[in-house]
Ligand binder design. Structure first.
Ligand code: MF3
Ligand code: CO
Length: 283
């Protein structure tokens, strides 16, 4: 068996209890994180501070979002709040992305680009996905907003998508595996008659916008990377009312839409793995 030796104890250093535990998993053939993915207190503190602003942005959006507003106005709120708090919207210019936030309405799964021509209507369900850089530290979270009153079907989708995030987070245990998260999420989605988008996943976050591990929202228990206290990552399931298929808008190269044009919902948090399970940093 070929073992990927991600975990290396620096020469001359005595292995700690944690080192021994991780090496044991590694020697049994499990995928373990690279050392740099287990963050120190200073790094975690930096991500906490970034997350406070990220949450502040989402709260500011929550206060202002309403019928008749354009998604461009949401972008302006995000840019203003973030920069006034000494931070940078991580989305802006990321791989050429033109705005400070993603606003994904109804059948848009993710990466919807804010536009002055897109006006929020009564009954729309909107994902607002905010990512912040503060002093070099990244945070990432998204929420669904229901505009006015929507249909019971869309309301249930939004609720179940949130439960998927919560159930996925609860399934993540220290020295468990990334696959435990996706397994729990997909089970809950399927039980409710929904499907899970497979093309996008949660991700390590903090020192970079998108880092290892890949946090799939489906999969098998006890597969994927070992979860070690000190790791920081997102969980961000995209749950479709209809089929799991998606396509990317050819005109803008970003907007992800469901194949059947039925609605999709997503919630996201940045989490810290602790000795006792996940802590939400983006609360
Ligand atoms: N915020 C998204 C995530 O959850 C990434 C958006 S990248 C962008 O990972 F370029 F579309 F903004
Ligand atoms: Co993310």
């Amino acid at each position: 068996m070929r073992i990927k030796r991600n975990w290396v104890v620096p020469a001359g250093q005595v292995p700690t209890e944690m080192d021994k535990k991780i090496l044991h998993y590694q020697n049994s053939g499990c995928l373990v994180p690279k050392r740099r993915l287990v963050l120190n207190e200073e790094q975690i503190e930096g991500i906490r501070r970034s997350s406070v602003i990220n949450t502040g942005v989402l709260d500011e959006v929550a206060k202002n979002i309403r019928v008749g507003m354009s998604t461009e106005e949401i972008d302006q709120i995000v840019y203003k709040y973030t920069t006034e708090h000494g931070a940078i919207p991580a989305d802006l210019n990321y791989e050429g992305y033109p705005k400070s936030v993603c606003t994904s309405v109804n059948e848009v799964v993710c990466h919807g680009i804010p536009s002055p021509h897109e006006i929020l209507q009564e009954g729309d369900i909107v994902n607002v996905d905010v990512s912040t850089i503060l002093d070099g530290y990244y945070s990432d979270a998204s929420r669904m907003f229901i505009i006015g009153k929507t249909t019971p079907e869309k309301e249930r989708l939004v609720k179940v998508a949130k439960e998927c995030l919560e159930i996925g987070a609860a399934a993540a245990k220290p020295y468990g595996f990334v696959g435990d998260i996706g397994n729990a999420i997909a089970n809950h989605a399927h039980k409710n008659g929904y499907s899970v988008v497979e093309e996008f996943c949660g991700h390590g976050v903090g020192l970079k916008f998108h880092d290892e591990p890949e946090v799939m929202h489906y999969g098998r228990k006890n597969t994927g990377m070992l979860l070690v206290p000190g790791m920081v990552f997102t969980i961000e399931p995209m749950i479709n009312m209809g089929g799991k298929g998606i396509f990317i808008d050819e005109e803008d190269g970003w907007t992800v839409v469901t194949d059947d044009e039925l609605p999709s919902a997503q919630w996201e948090h940045t989490f810290l793995m602790t000795e006792n399970g996940l802590e939400i940093l983006s609360k």
